[in-house]
Each structure stands twice: as structure tokens, then as C-alpha cells.
Design a protein around this ligand. Sequence first.
Ligand code: 4AD
Ligand code: MG
Length: 436
Amino acid sequence: MTKPAIVNIEHVGQHAGEEVTLQGWLYNLRESGKLLFPIFRDGTGILQGVVSQKEQPTAFEALHGLGQESSVIVTGKIRPEPRAPGGFEMGVTHVEVVGRVKESEPYPIQLKEHGVDFLLDRRHLWVRTPRQASILRIRAEAIRAGREFMDAQGYTLADAPIFTPAACEGTTTLFEVQYVDDQKAYLTQSGQLYSEALAAALGKVYCFGPTFRAEKSKTRRHLTEFWMLEPEASYAHLEDMMALGEGLVSHIVQSVVRNRRRELETLKRDIPKLEAVLPPFPRITYDDAVAILQQRGNPAKWGDDFGGDEETILSSQFDRPVMVHRYPAAIKAFYMEPDPLRSELALGFDMLAPEGYGEIIGGGERISSYDLLVKRLRENNLPEEAFQWYLDLRRYGSVPHAGFGMGLERTVAWICGTEHIREVVPFPRMIYRVYP
Ligand code: 4AD
Ligand code: MG
């Protein structure tokens, strides 16, 4: 007799009527007299099994009383069962216990609700639950689709360093590290400045990697370590980047809807809301945004930066992400090109996700004039020596250029509909958490 095929749970539907083998873990076990209803998981899904003491006494004995999260290799026949999760179940005939969870040390995460601090302390185990595994699969799809889109647009992946000599996004959120000997370095806040150099070399580039902010904010939108996808293009302007940003975000969302629908269902995400995320996205000026806020009774005045509350009010006016452009230069980063028509405005934009998820993209056009850039470095008290290489980009063939950064976790949190951004990264790093 040939051995049954080893299959993944996500594919068991293709094996109805066949005997197959699964390699996984015991996710849950319900005992009902002479019947056992184990639920197995293998990382691709969950599958209910049925074992009767009378018909399969050996398999019954192996599973009876077995601790949650023991690892098991199980064999049995797959049959349709509309009441079971996924629509199929397994009539278990054989069980091999690979790693038994001791009765004296039961698995700490039960299927009941736990507090989030309890779960975060056990993140290394929490990732096993179907909900967390679904989120991580969606994250992987968002990364894949993001790269696919950028590559198809003719952007070359060119990564930026993580150790850097200076700040990019303000000196208050810098992580300083003791580098070799007496040298100091900082963990990068954004690859942008390096992408600008690479855009002058390759035309259109993007980097996609971890970035760091010593954010004092303890909100549901802030991590100290997060990933950013950052395109940068030579001879590009603000409008080009808004078009690229809406194309990128809609491609990511539609790819997740197409390729990770089952995971979105596991998360009970409202899928039609995501299906509506198609270009064009609305574009409003900062001036318009302040007017909208004031009409809604928000105390915002012209010149204020927007916080989470303001972003939520603005984004709730639209069924897809909204792009707010031309903010006051005073509240934006030192490198932003001023609007030639109103020099108090910066040619920058933020993309705000719907449903209160806030800013997912920040970017715009960069200063191309050497003299203006030197002036801004001084106004911002930034060390000119550390920026000499960056000034070189304006000394040698400076061109108009633009780019943006898309925060991966903010984007994935919105797509998944998670309450907090910390759930969408395998091991979140926040101001008060670096364990596990
Ligand atoms: O708006 P930010 O600060 O822009 C930049 O860093 C630019 N240099 C990017 C560029 O133009 N290449 O950050 C970009 C995005 C934000 O819109 C947000 O989605 C995300 O990065 N982000 C964070 N995500 C999680 N935790 C934090 N502490 C974040 N800070 C920014
Ligand atoms: Mg920003």
C-alpha cells in the first residue's frame, strides 16, 4: 500500500474522499464521551477531526487528554462537512505525537480572551493563533504586491543603510548607537536621503526596509521599528508621486483581496470596503482640510499639524484614502520643496487611510536648490558636515525630484482592520517593549 500524501490544510478540499497526512499541532480538543473532536492547525489553516473510540481505539488513546499545542502527525480520510470550519473534516485513523506538551506545563494561551499585555509577553506563541497567522500572511502579500508594483513601474530596488551619520526626520526621534571606537551613529529614520542619491544614479529607485523612530508616542499607530517602502524618482514632481502612491496602495489592497480572501474572512474584515479602494483617490489641499475640520467643529487653525483626531475626521469624509497636499512648510521636514506660487507651503502630501487608520504615506518634492537647502539645514540646526554628501547631489547636476514613504504596518493594520498596529508585525518594538 502507498503512503498517504502529505498535504497542507489549505489544500485539503482538493483531497475529498482521499486518505491524507497532516503535519501540525493540536489546536483544540473537544471530548464528548466516546467521540473526540480535535482541531488541528498546520500554519495554513485549521481542520476539525473526528475520532471514535470504537472504530479507532489507538488513535483515540493517542489524542485522549493530549495537551493543546502538542505537535502531531495525523492521517485520515477527508470528507465534506458544511458545519466544520473550512467545510471539510478528517476521519482520523492514525496519530503520531511528535512533541507532547506536559500536563504540568500546559500551553499558556487558551482559546478564551486574554489581555493584550499577557499576549504580547508571549508573542512567540501568540503568532500561532489563526488570527495572527492570517495577519502575517496578509503582511507578506502586501510586501510581495508592493514590490511587484514598483518593479512593474520601472523602479529599481536599491536599499539604504541602517546605520546613518545624521537625522532625516527630526532630531527628537533619533536612536543613537555606539558605533566602532568613539564614533556615534544613528539608526535610520528613513532611507530617503540615500534614495535621492540613488535616483540620480538610476533614475527611479525604491528602498524597502526597517526604519526606526524613538517615538515617545504610545498610540495604536506608533512603533519604534517599522518598515517603509520608499520610492524616489528624478525629474518627478508632487503630482507624479500622488499618482504613484494611489496606484501602489490600490494594487496592494486589491492583491490582498484577491490572494488572501480567506485570511480577510478569518479576520472578519469588511471586504467590500477594501474592494472600493480603487484610483482615483480624492486630493484636497491643506487649506481645504482645515476648512473641513472647522466645519466639523474641530479647533484646528491654519498652521497646526494634524494629529490622530484630525486625521480621523478628514479620512471619514471619504470611502478611500485621501491625499492632503501643500501643508505649511513650517510643520514639515527640512528637505521639502516650497510651492513656487505660495512659498509658505511645501510641495508635500500625506495619504490618510479610511476608517481612522491615519497617515499611511508621507512624501513630496525635494529641494533641488543648493542655496535653499543650506539655508534650511541652518534653520533646522542640522550639522552641515554630516550633510555634505547630500549637498553634493545639488552641486552636481541637481534636478527636480520627488518620492514618498509608505508605512507598511500602518497600511497592513488598515487592510486587516486590526485595532493596533502592534499586531501586524511579527515581533513589535514599542517604547516600553523589546521582549520577546
Ligand atoms: O511621514 P514620514 O515621517 O516620512 C518620511 O520618513 C519620509 N522621509 C519618507 C519619504 O519621503 N521617503 O513617514 C512615512 C510613513 C508615515 O506616513 C507612516 O505610515 C509611517 O511612515 N510611520 C510610522 N509607522 C509606524 N510607526 C511609526 N512610529 C511611524 N512613523 C512613520
Ligand atoms: Mg509624515
